[in-house]
Design a protein around this ligand. Structure first.
Ligand code: URA
Length: 205
């Protein structure tokens, strides 16, 4: 898609925050620009920074496995992060970095127009739902969201790698909810009407 390619070029020369000084590659996003399903993670890690693709390390392997378990190949989805550049040492994204970067994510979502957006972990969930509530409280529910989509928050795969089977089981529940939501969105014609308040109006604060 031409507009998405143009946005990628713009991001690749971005110097809007300090992370431009330490990155190897801008990690813009990967996948099908016409996908009905989009994942939003936190920020590139070391492997992602080196390869220029999101979720290629251990967390990415788990994401691929959870997708495969609900019958969805990674190649058919779109994957992006809140931050397009790696924070040094994988520290948390800083508020000014998120502010500087969130316009790229907003445009990606607007251009791809997925039916279902899955946020992985606290940073993506708090930004897109414009909330301070934590992922443990928010997960397990499908939220009507922007542009008629549905947002499903779940844990970050790295949390499941650290947190063990309980977190993994909850992620499996959330992926099953995602699959059901996608299936019913595919049946629903015409496309859903714009999301009701509060998620639409408050988006991107
Ligand atoms: N963690 C993320 O949040 N994103 C990646 O791309 C990799 C690890």
């Amino acid at each position: 898609m031409i507009e998405l390619d143009a946005l990628r070029s713009q991001a690749e020369s971005c110097t809007a925050c300090r992370l431009a000084e330490t990155r190897t590659n801008v990690v813009f996003g990967v996948g099908r620009p016409d996908s009905t399903l989009m994942f939003v993670g936190e920020a590139p890690g070391r492997n992602e920074d080196l390869q220029g693709e999101p979720f290629v390390g251990a967390a990415g392997q788990l994401l691929n496995r959870l997708l495969a378990e609900v019958g969805i190949p990674r190649e058919t989805v779109y994957i992006a992060n809140v931050l397009k550049c790696r924070p040094p040492g994988n520290r948390d994204p800083q508020p000014d970095e998120i502010d500087a970067c969130k316009g790229y994510l907003r445009q990606q979502i607007r251009l791809i127009r997925p039916r279902v957006v899955v946020t992985l972990g606290n940073f993506a969930t708090k930004l897109l739902l414009n909330t301070t509530a934590g992922i443990t409280r928010l997960r397990g529910t499908a939220y009507p969201w922007w542009l008629g989509s549905t947002l499903i928050p779940t844990f970050h795969p790295a949390a499941a790698l650290r947190g063990g089977p309980r977190v993994l089981d909850q992620m499996r529940e959330d992926f099953a909810l995602m699959r059901r939501t996608l299936d019913s969105a595919a049946e629903a014609e015409p496309p859903p009407t714009p999301a009701p308040e509060p998620y639409q109006a408050t988006l991107w604060g």
